[in-house]
Ligand binder design. Structure first.
Ligand code: ATP
Ligand code: CA
Ligand code: CA
Length: 169
């Protein structure tokens, strides 16, 4: 069994609802056990700014799948939720990125872990820190230390009384 972390993001079609659905589907996948989910966060989009803010979260799982099989599973869930690929870093119903897969390092176009964005993107590193404060990255760097060099860029936790709004945008 390997502990893996998945980053979730959405800025279309009731983003919070999409994240909740994706968490449900991943948690109920064969050979996957849900360990933790972070709070939901609001973040600024990466790249093109003429799109809605994102809702993000990170989940920790334990799995007997290989990293490649987990990616296939995540892509099937993206498809099931209706993701259509148009613009690079454009608006999307759901994005599921494998952030970490145990201590494995993979450097292929189809699957790079740790995810190259992990160490500089506030919307993945802070939610990850929330659920895994003592995590050591595969290169030996404590996550807590790495996070210190990443600016919040407006990232904030979505309060529970904002959930209804985020479910309806
Ligand atoms: P970014 O990867 O910069 O966050 P993105 O999430 O918008 O960008 P996508 O269009 O969702 O990019 O995915 C492009 C490709 O990235 C996918 O086809 C997938 O094979 C590949 N990929 C490489 N490493 C990973 C990973 N760790 N998790 C998910 N997809 C990955
Ligand atoms: Ca992504
Ligand atoms: Ca992706």
């Amino acid at each position: 069994m390997v502990v893996a972390y998945i980053g979730l993001g959405s800025n279309l079609n009731a983003p919070l609802l999409q994240l909740k659905k994706a968490i449900h589907f991943i948690a109920n996948s064969k050979q996957v056990k849900l360990l933790q989910t972070s709070s939901f966060y609001l973040s600024k989009p990466l790249g093109p700014q003429d799109q809605p803010d994102f809702v993000n979260a990170v989940m920790g799982i334990e799995t007997s799948l290989t990293a490649a099989a987990l990616l296939t599973q995540c892509q099937a869930i993206e498809e099931k939720l209706g993701r259509v690929r148009k613009q690079h870093w454009g608006p999307r119903i759901i994005d599921l990125d494998i952030l970490l897969f145990g201590n494995q390092k993979l450097d292929q176009l189809e699957l790079t872990v740790p995810h190259p964005g992990l160490v500089q993107r506030e919307f993945v590193i802070y939610p990850l820190l929330e659920i895994a404060p003592n995590l050591i990255l595969p290169d030996g760097m404590p996550l807590q230390k790495q996070t210190k060099s990443v600016a919040l860029n407006g990232l904030r936790k979505l309060a529970k009384d904002e959930w209804e709004v985020a479910c309806n945008v």
